[in-house]
Design a protein around this ligand. Sequence first.
Ligand SMILES: *Cc1c(COP(=O)(O)O)cnc(C)c1O
Ligand code: SF4
Length: 360
Amino acid sequence: MTIVARESNSVRTSSTRVASENTAANSEVGGSRVDSMHWKAEFKSAFRDVRQFCEFLELPSQIVEKATQATADFPLFVPRNFAEKITKRDPNDPILRQVLPSILENESAEGFSKDPVGDLNSQRNAGLIHKYHGRALLIANGVCAVHCRYCFRRHFPYDLAPSSLDHWESTLNTVREDTSIEEIILSGGDPLTMVDENLDRLISMIESIDHVERLRIHSRLPVVIPSRVTDALLSRLSQSRLSAWLVIHSNHANEICESVGESLRKLQSSSVTVLNQAVLLRGINDSVEAQVQLSKRLIQFGVIPYYLNHLDPVEGSAHFDTSIESGIEIVTEMRKQLPGFGVPRFVKEIPGEPHKTVLI
Ligand SMILES: *Cc1c(COP(=O)(O)O)cnc(C)c1O
Ligand code: SF4
């Protein structure tokens, strides 16, 4: 079973539905439906087949063979415009290595498990993870716009999470009864794979809980499919009574092209504060140069580098692991080269701790 195919409230759910919406959109030139056609089309046309993807990138056949031998439970998924940022014929490209399945994922390693950050123990009820004071994280869906090979939730049992508006209502009742919760974090999967209509309804439900003050969205979509930042999304967020925060996820400067930058700027113009979180990944961004470039690219577009995460030890990702010491060294050096707001906190999530542990 793939994560992509699972949900009922997202764009992938039924391709028939997307198709009919697109058809309807044709007659509504300039409307929000036209606006949302682009990202839905990008989602539909994403690479899902390892061989096709490798062919597009003109990779050598040994690489292709190895990639096809990776475990099948988390298949390749890469939108075309994201794939276009990968340098052809380069097996070490920093974006390619984040998305190409590897035979190394089949290996188990000591300390690497299916639930590395104790998500399942922190669930208050279906899909609500309440670990930290004042903030509760809602697994809004299980669909992502790209499959990152190091994903710490790659084994998360999304089937158990709420997947319809009715389910959310009962999950949010827990929030309604707990006045200590001031912030709802929409996570997943990727909450922005939901269509604008459903997102609107979910946000309205959250707004109806008086003690909730902040809405935070954790999403990789503005980076992976920047056209997801639709006018409907922007106006919904700017009109909300909640203060809106968006935490994007980008690991390398090459991911942030001009159209990503433009979408990030639009979000900020709509009163959304945009932060980035990255993961320190061996062979991808574990150098001072890569991290400085990433930070410069982010701050150029007004995005604050928030967290640099030490890899969560999820089964199948040991080949991406770096030492904590090397991360500390990188960030120490970054501090000499960047303004203070351009240096992320290097953090690790240790299950049972009351907040993420700041390593430097
Ligand atoms: C990371 C995380 C948060 C947010 O933590 P911040 O330090 O406020 O960014 C909240 N809930 C869960 C379950 C998390 O993993
Ligand atoms: S976008 Fe986030 S949740 Fe989705 S696969 Fe990548 S790291 Fe995992």
